[in-house]
Design a protein around this ligand. Structure first.
Ligand SMILES: [Zn+2]
Ligand SMILES: [Zn+2]
Length: 448
């Protein structure tokens, strides 16, 4: 199998980067390849652990945990385990308590067998217990393998808690490629979302002089282009394709730890996802998979970007236009419901909608407008190509396929930008006074 990237070159050492920062990731080892299960015990022994506690659910145990346990036994490693007996594990107080109560005293390593939820639970619990953890990945479904936040549901509200990352990420491509296709497609969605997220970052470097790291961007772009090269083989679960998707997901996580925040991995396509997820939870619905939402969000973001390509902007008129803060606050209360206070606090702190700041940005946008339009034209994939790619995996390409109504779509084009004080195309169209018009055009497009 050809190696485009050797992930281990980025690990366990400080990198003096051309961006002027020092980058470091605490991950010591990554092994995403065929036959990784046979190397799992060796990795654990070389890293010095002796008493392992495995956490799986009944599906991941069947798919991967039992074989991994057999390898530990063969190597003479002592282990205990908990197998969560649910079809869909909800990362709430109940499950956190269930795992905590099962962990055996003297454990020196938590071995998580799973992907999104199991990973979130284990990174949190190991962090709180002062233990290291390794993720033995069973599905390439999202890019949170090495991130230092854990998404859990406390008191019925989704919350991200600080924690640590794993010391190693191990994934056997023979296992990963047998994951449910909707999980693999979600992972592809989270990966291809990097197109718009990196573009948002480039935009912000230009407009806000935001800190930017060429090398991290290049690292993530290399990972996406490898994924694109194999994208037609994902459907057939080809090992090369599944390996490329998984490595890209792990690598973007490394990129985040290098930068110290989620800028290299999360732009407006993620703001859509956060917005829809928040709305779903508020209305007692279970949201679609994160990566599935990000995939749809990416298509919408590309649609917005490409509309800008031909936009004739009357900059003088935009600069003269006002902003009615009271009306905005009223809209935020309607759209964000119980979450509105938090959203208003984000604005009070960041002042992203402040007119002086907006007009300062507009000066720069005006000066660079032709360049921005050219960057969009040359630097971003076409909407139709992205739709074709996802549709080929039977993955959703329209918000209505993931239980997001056209009205919610309209709202998210205008208001999803408020979830984070991060510059993206959503803030750009707001700056240009185009949010409502573009929201309407987006609704028309997705109405078919
Ligand atoms: Zn750098
Ligand atoms: Zn993501």
């Amino acid at each position: 199998m050809g190696k485009a990237l050797d992930l281990n070159t980025y690990l366990d050492r400080e990198i003096n980067c051309s961006c002027g920062h020092k980058h470091y990731s605490a991950v010591k080892r990554i092994d995403i390849d065929q036959g990784a299960v046979k190397r799992l015990a060796g990795h654990i022994q070389e890293l010095g652990y002796k008493k392992i506690f495995m956490v799986a659910d009944k599906n991941t145990w069947k798919a991967a945990g039992a074989d991994a346990a057999a390898e530990l036994e063969k190597a003479g490693l002592s282990y205990d385990k908990v197998i969560l007996d649910y079809d869909e594990v909800i990362p709430d107080e109940h499950v956190i308590g269930e795992i905590l109560a099962a962990v055996v005293p003297g454990t020196d390593l938590i071995l998580a067998v799973g992907s999104g939820t199991i990973n979130d639970l284990c990174k949190l619990i190991s962090y709180r217990m002062g233990l290291d953890y390794i993720i033995y990945a069973t599905a390439p479904s999202m890019d949170g393998f090495v991130s230092i936040g854990s998404a859990v549901i406390l008191n019925h509200v989704k919350t991200t808690l600080d924690c640590h990352g794993p010391v190693a990420v191990i994934g056997d491509v023979d296992v990963l490629s047998q994951a449910p296709m909707r999980l693999i497609a979600a992972g592809l969605g989270d990966t291809l979302g990097k197109y718009t997220c990196l573009f948002d970052w480039k935009l912000s470097r230009l407009i806000n002089d935001e800190y930017y790291c060429e090398e991290v961007v290049e690292m993530v772009e290399t990972a996406i282009s490898t994924v694109m090269k194999y994208s037609n083989e994902v459907r057939d679960r080809k090992p090369e394709a599944v390996k490329a998707v998984t490595e890209a997901l792990v690598l973007t996580g490394i990129g985040m730890s290098f930068i110290g925040n989620s800028r290299p991995a999360s732009g407006c396509e993620h703001h859509f996802s956060h917005f829809w997820e928040m709305k779903a939870f508020m209305h007692g619905k279970f949201p679609a998979l994160h990566g599935t939402q990000v995939g749809v969000g990416t298509i919408i973001a590309l649609y917005l970007y490409h509309m800008l390509e031909n936009e004739q902007v009357d900059f003088a008129a935009v600069k003269a236009s006002g902003f009615d803060y009271e009306a905005w606050e009223k809209e935020i209360r309607e759209v964000y419901e119980i979450a509105a206070d938090g959203i208003i606090a984000v604005e009070e702190k960041s002042r992203k909608n402040d007119l002086t700041m907006r007009n300062k940005r507009l000066e720069i946008i005006e000066k660079n407008w032709a360049d921005i339009q050219r960057m969009i034209k040359e630097g971003l994939p076409k909407v139709a190509d992205m739709e074709k790619l996802f549709a080929g995996l039977d993955a959703p390409i329209n918000p209505t396929q993931i239980d997001v109504s056209l009205d919610e779509l309209y709202e998210s084009v205008i208001y999803a930008k408020e979830v984070r004080p991060r510059y993206t195309v959503l803030q750009l169209i707001w700056d240009l006074g185009l949010s409502k018009e573009y929201a309407e055009r987006t609704r028309e497009y997705f109405a078919g």
